[in-house]
Design a protein around this ligand. Sequence first.
Ligand SMILES: CC(C)(COP(=O)(O)OP(=O)(O)OC[C@H]1O[C@@H](n2cnc3c(N)ncnc32)[C@H](O)[C@@H]1OP(=O)(O)O)[C@@H](O)C(=O)NCCC(=O)NCCS
Length: 398
Amino acid sequence: MSGPPIRAHVTGWGRYAPAQVLTNHDLEQMVETSDEWIVSRTGIRERRVAAADETTASMAAVASMRAIRTAGIDPDEIDLILLATLTPDYWMPSTAALVKEAIGNTRAAAMDVAAACSGFVYAYATAQAYITSGMARHVLVIGAEPLTRFLDYTDRNTCILFGDGAGAVVLSASDEPGGALGIEMTTEPQGAYMIWLPAGGAKSPPSSKTIARGEHFIRMEGKETYRFATRTLASTALTSIQRSGLEPADIALFIPHQANIRIIEAVAKGLDLPMERMFVNLDKYGNTSAASVPMALAEAVNGGRVKVGDRIVIVAFGAGFTSGAVTIEWTADPARGIAGDAAVRPDEIKVRLPVDWDSVDPIPDALAEVMRRPGLVDVPLDDVVPGDLGLPAQEVRS
Ligand SMILES: CC(C)(COP(=O)(O)OP(=O)(O)OC[C@H]1O[C@@H](n2cnc3c(N)ncnc32)[C@H](O)[C@@H]1OP(=O)(O)O)[C@@H](O)C(=O)NCCC(=O)NCCS
């Protein structure tokens, strides 16, 4: 006897942005650039930088606990943890495994997903498949990146673009209508070397030579990437919308990958929609790769831009070249997110360190200079109201 089809609804969402801010004016001290150039060519004004004791896993764990609190479930109810990142803490174990331990989950399978800036959308689609096939009931999908550790601060073409952060959602099985309506994913390997990080892998293992040649930093062909993005984002979004039986005009809000305001404007133009339908927060965070879509999604929902019944589209592109889009019918009470964020303090979450850990400083020299400046402000998430939890208090496991 077959029941109603299983759907995957977003029941939880959360994000984490490190407190330290690196402004365009700070970058003016480091490379030949200007605030005016960066703002006019990209829309980015500032980005966040993870502190020395923060890692991919620690940022991911905070965003995850916020998403789990928003969903109102116990961490141990999660069956599968998918962590999208191009900056894992280690080659092995997976960063997802570290997050599993940090959030106090004993049951879930955990793995990382490597699809660069499209990683979160790819992981979301994977979670969707697990849930609708009956293989999982609750899946935690995370995007987390400390990208500022992989940038060449002598290369003004790349170092101005990227920042650090994490975002997460919980997808839960439901027999009610809603959740993902249509999904599209593409990979075009002819663009493989347009954005890449040459050394450290099997093709070119780390050595003093690879370090001397600066091959452990992100490299990018900006113009080619820009062309791919403007061509592909709108078409990928459109295919996902059409698979849902909808038109672009039916979509209340697009949550595009936050790479460049001009790319997002091109998507709006390509779909013949006003910019008000595009959510933008890249001015504050820059491009946080796999973290960008879930951070933007959580901010959009908490900021009142999404309501129950809205159709929204998450859409991303990135190295590979990859692209992906999911059209989603929103079903969760948006008010839960602010309380979920506020219920979890970053210092409550502990990621276990390796036994032989002896004070590694992962901050690049050029950045360390800026980060040592006095009077660094601790910027909280702007929409968190401390003390206003709204949810029943639950113990945070660590
Ligand atoms: C990188 C990017 C912002 C550059 O913008 P652009 O308008 O294409 O700029 P150009 O590359 O044509 O450079 C124009 C000039 O500005 C200079 N320039 C580049 N970076 C600069 C900076 N940070 N500050 C000042 N000048 C800069 C260039 O050297 C060039 O000078 P030249 O004409 O004397 O050679 C843009 O190509 C882009 O956003 N590409 C996509 C990147 C992306 O999204 N990557 C992530 C994918 S997930």
